[in-house]
Write a protein that binds this ligand. Structure first.
Ligand code: HT7
Ligand code: ZN
Length: 859
């Protein structure tokens, strides 16, 4: 497939100010008549033809200015129509088959309803169109279909008319007054019911809100509705953004490739991010609903009112919107806990991307298949980059910058450069060198050394941005670091400072330190970098106990554990040194357990050991077997060593009654951590305790937590709980997804066999992305099973990719990433992983999505 390059961008030759679409709806066959008004674009080269993108379509009839024409031609899947002169009206008829659309892009059928997904290039699977984000049009949509099948007919904007047709049909006409690119078009037709509410905007306008779901799901929509109203109010207050239509609709669909989609006035959501009640959704699921509802709503300004010029600018809307949803969630709950969670996601998903074969800048230079670029780099690193700008200028000036951005570019298709310029002008911040964050891939490593002489402490910093594919050489980037220097005696510091490392190496001196202070650096994770600090273990213990920045405190404990585990894995420690290291960690964890100044939500974060994936990321070449053994060994040690404390914690937490407040949520979090440590230590009676938690649970958080622990063990309680869970929830797809993923993520020695058997379970299907992800993503992130020395785990993922690719290429391509880590894994496993990638590459007829990911992973 051809490479598309950012530098080749040219504006489209034609403007398409108005589009009218007429749908004759049917699950098996839908007829689409698209009418486009077109006129030459004065900002582009003139042309005597118009290229309308298509994907798998056939033009049944083509008209220009009301006349049937036959001088059109096809170039691949694109339709080329000769056009001379000024304005024209084009009309093209196509016929599509939603029921046969298993890729879930364009118009597809899900559980008897019809639904669209157009971002990034799905509109071209519905009709021929200049399917690019810089062509903005107003849309008028008419649809008709059998009323019995599709009682609800929705599209973007406002409902203008509706009526009854012949033979049991009905119709509706929608008009969206806001010009938009085709990727924001949406249509939904189905048998749905709505949770309806309203919101009064800051200027006093009444907006009708509806969340459409299948009949039985209505009782689970309350949290989504509350989250939507909170998001609307927050965006007014924090970013000054008001909603701009009289109607905001959300539809939940069970077959969906991603989390949700921000179509103008008609957001489409994966059911996973809409439906929640305490019996079926965990506290984490509740947070997921709140965060994704907010994210999609915030796109109304950062994405829809100001959209992207081309797909290389994707982070313009996604990075900025992720930052906005992160700040919102921080405000709704615990700020430090949210920050720790966000950093964990970044380190778990984006750092490995940045250090692997798929590394790319947040504004990529080229791609073959844009769907492959909906990555943690574009989203999460993109958010971090904008967060750094905010830290450098402060909240108020940042707001002046974003106000200017929205004012300047409202109604336009903008670039990342436009955003940076607006922040530069509005916040009065020099971002000249900072632009490198947009063009350079790779996670910078910052080496840190603190020297003390007389009463001066000198901080020596150096940075290295590692080479990435296509970028062997890098320039130093501006790295804003929040620091504090603690006095060892008092446990206090004289205030936090923000220093910015702009050169490859630099030193910063601080006066007035009679004794060497303890350095706390990258507080709040102010820069998305790897810190390599030369720091004594005692200083980490000090920071883990005293740092007043919760993130830095968490980080110190993580660093203490990482340092110890790396020493164990590298064989650097004799038995007594290993025991000393473990004892220091146990003492630090014990202090966390006893600390009355932190709440349980924060305590829960502090108790989590760094993941095996994160540990692997800190090593040039990782041995997953050795990492697993060392980490599990430490967990078992902590489980037995602190047995009484875990039991006491479990008991205390179990006495807190269910509620959604922070105290009760925190109690649930630490309760399952305590149980998991006891299980890792295999202490007497742990199976019974887990069964007790499972069977007496009055909410999914406790029940799932106990089942997760039982899944790792081998005993009758495991079988009993799995069977009970299945029978209890067999009619709820989202909960059955949990049942699949708990087993595929389990530490049970037979996890591979379990996954194989589950693939034949009657409730397993490759057609539903949630189900595929629950079984196989769970498995691919289960280091013990995926990295089984036999290579069987790798083969299972490779087989899945080949089987899934013809059904749903976007979802299949996402499974290439875990195999693509082969260069960073010890030689034996590495060869097996690479061989599986080669096997996939050798298969004929791969989709563009999968072939791009496989060739980049091997390249
Ligand atoms: N902007 C949305 C992206 C999206 C998507 C992309 C490719 C294929 C399917 C998709 N569904 C949604 C989601 C978001 O970031 O808000
Ligand atoms: Zn988004």
């Amino acid at each position: 497939p051809p490479v598309i390059r950012r530098e080749d961008y040219k504006p489209f030759e034609w403007l398409v100010p108005e589009v009218s679409l007429d749908f004759d709806l049917g699950l098996g066959s839908t007829r689409v008549v698209a009418t486009l008004s077109v006129a030459p674009n004065a900002k582009a080269d003139p042309s005597t033809t118009i290229r309308l993108n298509g994907d798998g379509l056939e033009p049944l009839a083509v008209q220009v200015d009301g006349e049937i024409v036959s001088d059109w031609s096809m170039d691949g899947y694109d339709l080329i129509i000769p056009l001379t002169g000024e304005g024209h009206e084009l009309r093209v008829t196509t016929q599509i088959s939603p029921a046969a659309n298993s890729a879930l892009m364009g118009l597809f059928a899900s559980n008897g309803m019809l639904c669209t997904q157009c971002e990034a290039e799905g509109f071209r699977r519905i009709t021929f169109f200049p399917d690019r984000p810089d062509v903005l049009s107003t849309y008028r949509v008419r649809m008709s279909g059998l009323k019995a099948h599709f009682p609800v007919l929705l599209s973007n904007g406002n409902l203008e008319a509706q009526g009854e047709g012949e033979d049991g049909t009905h119709w509706a006409e929608w008009h969206d007054p806001w010009p938009k690119p085709s990727y924001l078009f949406a249509l939904v037709a189905g048998d749905l019911v709505a949770n309806s509410d309203s919101f009064t905007t800051m200027s006093g306008r009444e907006v009708a809100l509806n969340i459409y779901v299948r009949d039985g799901d209505l009782p689970r929509t309350g949290h989504a509705m509350e989250s939507l109203k909170k998001s609307m109010r927050w965006d007014e207050k924090v970013f000054g953004r008001e909603y701009d239509l009289d109607l905001f609709n959300i539809v939940a669909v069970s077959d969906f490739n991603m989390g949700a989609m921000e179509n103008k006035g008609l957001n489409v959501f994966n059911t996973k991010y809409v439906l929640a009640d305490p019996d079926t959704a965990t506290d984490g699921d509740f947070d997921g609903v709140e965060g994704v509802i907010a994210h999609e709503y915030f796109h109304n300004w950062s994405g829809n009112r100001v959209t992207c010029r081309d797909w290389f600018q994707l982070s313009l809307k996604e990075g900025f919107t992720v930052l906005r949803d992160q700040l919102f969630s921080q405000d709704m709950g615990s700020e430090p806990v949210k920050r720790i969670e966000d950093v964990r996601v970044l380190r778990g998903a984006q750092f490995p991307e940045d250090s692997g074969p798929l590394a790319h800048p947040i504004r990529p230079d080229s791609y073959r298949e844009i769907s492959n670029f909906y990555t943690a780099t574009i989203y999460n690193k993109g958010a971090e980059v904008i967060r750094m700008m905010r830290s450098m200028c402060g909240e108020e000036r940042f707001r002046a910058g974003t106000d200017l951005y929205f004012d300047r570019h409202d109604g336009e298709a903008a670039t990342c450069e436009d955003f940076v310029k607006a922040i530069e002008d509005g916040a009065e911040l020099d971002l000249e060198q900072f632009r490198l964050w947009y063009s350079q891939a790779g996670t910078p490593k910052v080496s840190v050394r603190l020297e003390h002489d007389g009463d001066t402490a000198t901080l020596h910093l150096s940075q290295d941005v590692p080479p990435t594919p296509g970028q062997p050489e890098k320039q130093p980037m501006p790295i804003p670091l929040r620091i504090a220097l603690f006095d060892r005696e008092s446990g206090k510091h004289d205030g936090e400072q923000l220093i910015t490392l702009t050169k490859a190496q630099d030193s910063f001196s601080f006066e007035g330190f009679a004794t060497k202070p303890v350095l706390s650096i990258n507080r709040g994770f102010s820069a998305p970098v790897v810190i390599e600090r030369d720091i004594a273990q005692d200083d980490l213990v000090f920071l883990a106990a005293h740092d007043d920045d919760p993130f830095a405190r968490y980080e110190a404990l993580q660093d203490l554990v990482v340092g110890h585990l790396k020493d164990v894995i590298d064989g650097n420690l004799d038995d007594s040194e290993r025991d000393t290291g473990r004892q220091a960690i146990a003492a630090a964890i014990s202090a966390v357990l006893d600390d009355e100044h932190i709440d349980d939500l924060m305590r829960g974060e502090m108790l989590l050991l760094p993941s095996e994936g994160y540990l692997a990321e800190t090593m040039l070449v990782a041995d997953p077997g050795a990492i697993h053994e060392a980490r599990q060994g430490l967990r078992a040690y902590l489980g037995t060593q602190l047995e009484e404390a875990w039991k006491a914690l479990h008991q205390r937490a179990s006495s807190v009654p269910f509620s959604h407040d922070a105290e009760a949520r925190g109690a649930r979090k630490v309760k399952t951590h305590a149980l998991a440590y006891l299980a890792a230590g295999d202490v007497d009676g742990v199976q019974e305790l887990a069964w007790e938690q499972y069977s007496s649970a009055d909410n999914m958080t406790d029940r799932q937590g106990a089942l997760m622990v039982l899944c790792n063990l081998d005993g009758p309680e495991r079988t009993r709980a799995l069977l009970d869970f299945y029978n209890r929830y067999k009619d709820n797809a989202l909960v059955i997804d949990k049942w699949f993923s708990l087993q595929s993520m389990s530490l049970h020695p037979n996890a591979i066999e379990h996954v194989k058997a589950l693939a034949d379970h009657p409730q397993f299907t490759l057609k539903n992305p949630n189900r595929v992800r629950s079984l196989y993503m769970g498995f691919a992130v289960n280091p013990q099973a995926f990295h089984d020395a036999s290579g069987e785990g790798y083969r299972m993922i490779a087989d899945l990719i080949l089987q899934l690719d013809p059904i749903n290429p976007q979802t299949a391509a996402r499974f290439v990433t875990p195999l693509g880590r082969w260069r960073r894994i010890e030689p034996k496993r590495s060869a097996l992983m690479k061989a599986e990638l080669e096997q996939i590459a050798a298969a004929g007829d791969l989709s563009r999505d999968t072939s791009e990911q496989v060739s980049r992973s091997l390249g």
